[in-house]
Design a protein around this ligand. Structure first.
Ligand code: SAM
Length: 232
């Protein structure tokens, strides 16, 4: 079972993880998600988790002490942990990374806020033999915090775990899993009933019952859509 621990100063921000597919996956015991409040690991009256940046500059930086205590608390066992530190300066998240995370046992997500987390937190855990640290970005833009990025990664990862999706075949022919000789493809367009909607017909080939021809059409459409993305 994949155990996921998420540390944030806004634990309530992560409530949607209880819903839908992920809620059901937790009920079925396929994944476990625990959300932790970073401020629990502060000892001043204001529960401060940030301070001014060394070297000057705008904004505040998240202090390493509460992060160290929070991560230590969720990694007390001698198991291996993958620590995912959300940052726009990290490696870009993709389906390959989701597959890698889905194969792990213990994921810890560190949701930054303000100007981010003191760099020594990643450095410290990367030096521990039972930790792998991944600094991950979900795209080339800056969010206000790591919570939304964490939800993106948890959802993309969890749906790859056997049993989470009702029909495992859904994973075989979807965007970024379909491939041709040149690499990965996005999915072909999908249609359902009615066959004519507002004057628009479903492509006739899909009504033909000829599975070989349908397969060829779908590959061609997936290639066309993938190519169109590179031309935009
Ligand atoms: N000063 C940082 C920089 O320029 O790289 C940006 C900090 S951002 C305002 C606050 C937090 O939001 C980050 O520490 C990170 O946890 C999260 N965040 C923002 N954009 C993100 C992205 N594209 N991917 C993942 N996390 C992101």
């Amino acid at each position: 079972m994949l155990k996921i621990n998420i540390i944030s100063i806004f634990p309530e921000y992560l409530k949607p993880l209880e819903l839908s597919l992920l809620g059901k996956a937790q009920e079925k015991g396929l994944i476990e998600i625990n959300i932790h409040d970073l401020r629990k690991h502060t000892d001043d009256v204001h529960h401060s988790v940030d301070d001014t940046p060394y070297g000057g500059g705008a904004g505040m930086v998240m202090s390493p002490q509460p992060w160290g205590l929070a991560i230590d608390e969720v990694s007390e066992s001698s198991e291996h942990f993958d620590l995912i530190v959300l940052t726009p300066a990290g490696k870009k998240f993709d389906q390959k990374m989701a597959k890698n995370f889905a194969s792990k046992n213990n994921l810890i997500f560190a949701c930054g806020r303000y100007e981010g987390i003191d760099a020594r937190v990643s450095q410290y855990y990367a030096s521990k033999s039972n930790f792998t640290v991944h600094e991950v970005s979900i795209g080339d833009y800056v969010l206000g915090g790591g919570e939304v990025a964490t939800m993106v990664i948890v959802e993309a990862t969890a749906r790859l775990i056997p049993g989470v999706l009702g029909n495992p075949d859904s994973l075989k022919e979807e965007s970024h899993t379909l491939t041709n000789k040149d690499g990965s493809l996005v999915e072909y367009p999908s249609y359902t009933k009615p066959a004519n909607w507002r004057g628009l017909d479903v492509p006739a080939i899909l009504l033909s019952g000829n599975h070989g021809e349908i397969e060829k059409w779908r590959i061609k459409e997936a290639e066309r859509r993938t190519q169109a993305l590179t031309e935009e």
